[in-house]
Design a protein around this ligand. Sequence first.
Ligand code: MD3
Ligand code: FE
Length: 214
Amino acid sequence: MDLFDDLERAAGIQALAPGAALLRGFARDAAPLLLAAIDDIAAVAPFRHLTTPGGHTMSVATTSCGALGWHSDAEGYRYTARDPDSHRAWPAMPACFLQIAQQAATCAGFPGYAPDACLINRYAPGARLTLHQDRNERRVDAPIVSVSLGIPAVFLFGGLRRNDPTQKLRLVHGDVLVWGGPSRLRFHGVQPLTHAEHPQTGACRINLTFRTAG
Ligand code: MD3
Ligand code: FE
């Protein structure tokens, strides 16, 4: 086999596509700290089920931290500086969040990563995210870093067109994905979660998604 393949395997880094990397277990050691920080954030900015511009209530519950947070309602999808529910600024991004995101981005070949938004998605069994693109960020040249915590999920990633074929990827507690370069605008989604329990989260999956939004 190729030396590069051997090195990737030894480091736990798997190239999925140009600009896209899977870092298996990269956040496993940091997970308890990340989960404690999520509790603190949710105490100030509680998880909520957003409404899509089309009037659907999302099955995934969401909150945010950082200078900008994610919101959707009848008026559209957008980043806001304040939580529209409380009118307060979003909670600051914890140091442990920024550290894991920057370390993962660097390992995947994107040094100097400076995310200003972290979307926190919470999935109960049955919750899903239909195929979509993330293109509301001002900087689509900066990568997106995603951290999976809790029970497993089947992640779908497609191509640059909605009807391109999709690949399935099972993500478990501690896995980190980095999507940059030509993969940044790929369509992606999450299949409905099947019931499971994780010692650190109970019957749920939490995903952190870091972006450079503003
Ligand atoms: C691939 N979240 O919040 S993260 C989202 O697991 C979102 O909660 C999913 O998609 C979740 O928008 C997936 C992985 C991810 C995030 C952004 C991407 C994959 C991506 C952008 C481009 C390509
Ligand atoms: Fe997305």
